[in-house]
Write a protein that binds this ligand. Structure first.
Ligand code: PMP
Length: 457
């Protein structure tokens, strides 16, 4: 534990006076101190009061995949920064080239990596590439980008335009034209009750939108492999093969947003690799360097890359730059992050611990009627809370937040879905680091058991 001496009250004062926190209603800080996290090791973090927390959400937002306190990453970054910290990515760097090669080895069928800094930005790159292809290859057609209800692709205005979570978007319009939503695929809240095969029906709903808009206007379909903040929605059987078929049929580029699922979270390197999908674009950020440096990647195929190599046209290349996409700290941290996952066999651990997490959650579901549905893959799980199992009426947001708060008081940090579409903010989210042990998993589910008992009994 760090010794903060007398300084902590000054830190709290400075924070309260000057920091605008993310996703926060600051009224709450008029009566409560801001939480200051001062140290992390493995799965655990310590706050300024010295309290230890087991972090079941990898830094709050599914990021610190290899856990806290990784000196090998810190040392690699330090050495690289002393040698060469930055040059615009119009030139290359040693870690940039090395990480791109290593990444592509994990992603058969893909071939090019474009570096930037955040998930939102990585997705914006895809949107720009799709638009440029529309202008240059399709005579201005095929500019529309489809996104799915409940998915999230980032915070910038264009990324929000592709956002399927209502409350995140409210008051930020007008949005960028040319983004069109398709229905979600959450079987628990089945939108196609008459369908024989729910997965195929949910995918066919995408085809209906394409036909309505006109296939010659649709350039890309942007999907999370498993919806994260919108409710940990694992796709139903039959969904992905049909989605792939539809994209091929209408010549629509498939963009998979791996910002959450990427780099081990589901027990595969990438979430899409659970489903035999052939994406044209894959974007990633959070777990790429586990928060040790800011990095995001937009990865695409050689076929897409070749479309941007027309030197007969002054506009025939990708006219985009991300200044900090030239920072070497990102790729060097990402290289060591990936090396740790390999050295410590963390994909296997994720599968094993993921099974245990689901088993424990199922036991909790048997015990607590308030758990309506559990979903997930690897160390990525959600438990949807309902007021009534029969009607599936969602549990109230205050109750869900009370469960999160009780877990916190019990020493475990868990998450809950964003306030998205009203009535859909009722899923507890778990995404512990890939290094979790059986004891950690049990501690997490014990805390949830305690919290559900406290809040609902
Ligand atoms: N895509 C998904 C699936 C995400 O969950 C997020 C962030 N939660 C983003 C994109 C945006 O990433 P960032 O916050 O790094 O811009």
């Amino acid at each position: 534990m760090t010794d903060l001496g007398n300084d902590i009250s000054g830190v709290i004062q400075a924070d309260r006076a000057h920091v605008w926190h993310h996703l926060m209603q600051h009224k709450s800080l008029e009566t409560n101190d801001p939480k200051i996290i001062v140290e992390g090791k493995g799965m655990r973090v310590w706050d300024a009061s010295g309290k230890e927390h087991l972090d079941a959400v990898s830094g709050g937002v599914w990021t610190v995949n290899v856990g806290y306190g990784r000196t090998s990453i810190a040392n690699a970054v330090r050495d690289q920064l002393i040698k060469m910290n930055y040059f615009s990515n119009s030139a290359g760097s040693i870690p940039g080239a090395q990480f791109a090669k290593k990444l592509i080895e994990k992603m058969p069928g893909l071939s090019r990596v474009y570096y930037s800094n955040s998930g939102s930005e990585a997705n914006e790159k895809v949107f720009k590439m799709v638009r440029q292809i529309a202008h240059r290859v399709h005579g201005g057609k095929k500019y529309k980008i489809l996104f799915r209800e409940r998915d999230y692709h980032g915070t910038t205005i264009a990324a929000l335009s592709a956002g399927g979570q209502g409350e995140r978007n409210a008051h930020y319009g007008p949005f960028t034209p040319g983004f069109v939503s398709v229905p979600h695929c959450l079987e628990y809240r089945n939108q196609f009750p008459d369908a024989v095969d729910y997965g195929v029906a949910a995918a066919n709903a995408i085809e209906q939108v394409i036909l309505r808009e006109g296939a010659d206007t649709v350039g890309a379909l942007c999907l999370e492999p498993i919806t994260a903040g919108g409710g940990v929605i694992t796709p139903p059987d039959g969904y992905w093969p049909r989605v792939q078929e539809i994209c091929e049929k209408y010549d629509i580029l498939l963009h998979i947003d791996e910002v959450v699922c990427g780099v081990g979270r589901t027990g595969e390197w990438f979430g899409y690799q659970n489903y035999d999908i052939k994406p044209d674009f894959v974007t990633m950020a959070k777990g790429v360097a586990s928060g040790y440096a800011a990095i995001s990647c937009t990865v695409t195929t050689d076929a897409v890359f070749q479309m941007f190599k027309d030197d007969t046209d002054p506009l025939g290349y990708f006219r985009d730059i991300s200044t900090f996409g030239g920072c070497t700290a990102g790729p060097v941290a990402a290289l060591e992050n990936m090396a740790i996952i390999e050295r410590e066999d963390l994909l296997n651990n994720t599968l094993k611990m993921g099974d245990r997490l689901m088993e424990n959650l199922r036991a909790l579901q048997n015990k607590h009627n308030v758990i309506g549905d559990i979903r997930g893959k690897g160390l990525f799980a959600g438990a949807e809370l309902v007021a009534d199992r029969k009607t599936k009426e969602p549990a109230g947001e205050k109750m869900v937040q009370a469960v999160v708060a009780h877990c916190m008081s019990h020493g475990v940090i868990i998450g809950a879905t964003n306030r998205s579409v009203p009535g859909f903010n009722n899923t507890l989210c778990l995404s512990p680091a890939l290094i979790a042990t059986s004891d950690d998993i049990d501690q997490i589910t014990d805390a949830i058991d305690y919290a559900l008992t406290a809040v609902f009994n």
